[in-house]
Design a protein around this ligand. Structure first.
Ligand code: FES
Ligand code: FES
Length: 207
């Protein structure tokens, strides 16, 4: 038999396909219920096939409501839409760490993070870590230990370094090197970066 088959077996197969799709959707909705808020919202947006979203997010302790294209990365939202140029774009592929920011205190590569996934979350960038004129101990340590040359990687290094200390990984130069290995410095300032982190860690614990 040539062409499409519209007989009973084809109808049954079609019904099965619909059941599978419906089951998939129901299962998908069940999975959504188990995801963290931001990721669940992103997944729900994908299921609904929407191309833009209203994003409510806290950045450096200030609330922001912004309409975004669902494809935009957190890095591009910060730099292109909100003018927070401290976070740098290096590789834009998750390989250099220049774009490191914190989401709810955890370090992430903002170039790999869809902005829509950050709904309801709290983001901290390099612009948000000083207290007025008082530098964060990690910023002060980077200056004191001359832990930068061109400075392009430095915001990402500092955000990763703060997280490294917070995670309890700044216990030795070897540990610091291991847990900072996702942050590349093309100027090769690694020795001074490690020294800065070792020096800032006890100060951060005292604060
Ligand atoms: S710009 Fe994000 S990891 Fe390189
Ligand atoms: S200081 Fe130049 S890339 Fe790190």
């Amino acid at each position: 038999m040539s062409g499409q088959d519209f007989g009973p077996s084809a109808a049954a197969a079609d019904l099965e396909r619909r059941d599978v799709l419906a089951g998939g959707l129901v299962g998908g909705i069940g999975i959504l219920a188990t995801l963290p808020a931001g990721e669940a919202e992103a997944a729900a947006v994908a299921v609904r096939g929407e191309t833009s979203s209203r994003l409510s997010v806290t950045i450096n302790q200030a609330p922001h409501d912004v309409d975004i294209d669902n494809r935009v990365s957190l890095l591009d939202l910060l730099r292109e839409r909100l003018g927070l140029f401290g976070t740098k774009k290096g590789c834009d592929h998750g390989q250099c760490g220049a774009c490191t920011v914190h989401i709810d205190g955890r370090r992430v590569a903002s170039c790999l993070t869809p902005a829509v996934q950050t709904s309801g979350r709290s983001i901290t960038t390099i612009e948000g870590i000083a207290q007025g004129d008082k530098l964060h101990p990690m910023q002060a340590a980077f200056i004191e230990h001359d832990a930068l040359q061109c400075g392009y990687c430095t915001p990402g290094q500092i955000m990763a370094a703060i997280a490294c200390v917070g995670e309890g990984h700044a216990t030795s130069p070897d540990h610091i090197r291991e847990y900072m290995s996702g942050n590349i410095c093309r100027c090769g300032a690694y020795a001074n970066i490690v020294a800065a982190i070792l020096s800032a860690a006890p100060k951060m614990e005292r604060e």
